[in-house]
Design a protein around this ligand. Structure first.
Ligand SMILES: C[S@@+](CC[C@H](N)C(=O)[O-])C[C@H]1O[C@@H](n2cnc3c(N)ncnc32)[C@H](O)[C@@H]1O
Length: 316
């Protein structure tokens, strides 16, 4: 067991594959948009050496502190921001940075979020219905349930949770208010959920899983910032610089796939135009035609990696 696993939880997701694709060399500049506990960044620092520069974003103050302690023993130049990654371009302009050799996103939550009941992300352990990555923000999951209309809750459960029973759950939640604890919400959903069947070998998930996902995405406005940040990242990359994104659910992966596909297009003329007139130039080439997923051994060691999908593009 390596130092990473002893001190900082699981090995970072797809670490060997990220290392293979990162294309880093001594003196390079890396932007880690989701620093987390600093696992991937620790590996990047080895590649860029003492002359390299790591710029990182992490909106969770606790994770940022852990990562800072882990990384600051290095002699590299490191700039860490307790910011949402949607501020990528703003911070890069302030730093007067010319461009980056790698921009990396490992989306979603960290193990520290799931393991801390008081953060309200987990329905396995009871805690307040919070779910904020950044505790400076005001909106919590409890407030979403209390303040949003039944219709709006239904839409969120449908679009962010892809929940088949969105209407039913929105209705029973509104009738059961106040709901302030994670267990209270999970038990309520479980009580009203239709009995699940196994489909082939597919593992059953807790019926509240999609509701929790939807609330987390809404509280942290996760999808709203992603597309914007990815487009900023593509602009900031140097020629031959790489964009690596790991996502954990289909909604995120769809955004990543579409942004990369649009930026890689040769032509953006409408279909009805017989000959290209747009003069559009592709900005990137996609290096992973299909997303890369972890092997079974990694999934056994770290079940959360099961849903990971990694896509890579290179700036032209
Ligand atoms: C999966 S973890 C990253 C783990 C990290 N790669 C490591 O090796 O430890 C995702 C992290 O990104 C942070 N995060 C998620 N969305 C963010 C955003 N929009 N801006 C900044 N940080 C974000 C979360 O707080 C979490 O700590």
């Amino acid at each position: 067991m390596g130092l990473n696993e002893v001190s900082y939880g699981h090995k970072p997701v797809l670490i060997n594959t990220v290392e293979k694709y990162c294309g880093l060399k001594k003196g390079d500049t890396v932007i880690d948009c989701t620093l987390g506990l600093g696992g991937h960044s620790e590996m990047f620092l080895k590649h860029i050496g003492a002359k390299g520069w790591l710029i990182a974003f992490e909106q969770d103050e606790n994770n940022l502190k852990i990562a800072n302690e882990r990384l600051n023993k290095n002699k590299n130049k490191i700039s860490i921001y307790n910011d949402n990654f949607v501020l990528l371009k703003t911070r890069i302009d302030e730093l007067k940075l010319k461009g980056a050799d790698l921009i990396f996103f490992d989306l979603g939550l960290a193990s520290t979020h799931v393991d801390a009941p008081e953060r309200g992300f987990s329905f396995q352990n009871d805690g307040p219905l919070d779910m904020r990555f950044d505790t400076r923000n005001r909106l919590t999951a409890e407030e979403v349930l209390r303040k949003y209309s039944e219709k709006r809750l239904e839409e969120i459960f449908k679009s962010y949770g892809e929940e088949r029973y969105a209407k039913k759950y929105a209705h029973i939640i509104k009738r059961a208010l106040p709901i302030t604890r994670t267990k209270q919400l999970a038990d309520l959903i479980q009580r009203f959920a239709p009995r699940q069947k196994f489909y082939g070998k597919k593992k059953l998930i807790h019926p509240a899983t999609r509701i929790f996902q939807a609330l987390r995405i809404e509280v942290n406005k996760e999808l709203e910032v992603l597309e914007d940040a990815l487009r900023q990242a593509i602009r900031i990359l140097k020629k031959h610089g790489r964009l690596i994104v790991i996502s954990y659910h289909s909604l995120e992966d769809r955004i990543v796939k579409n942004v990369m596909r649009d930026a890689a297009k040769e032509c953006i003329c409408p279909r009805e135009v017989p000959k290209c007139i747009c003069n559009h130039k592709p900005e990137i080439s996609i290096l992973t035609k299909k997303p890369i997923q972890p092997e079974e051994a990694e999934i056994q060691q770290n079940p959360r990696s099961r849903s990971a999908k990694m896509r890579v593009a290179e700036k032209l």
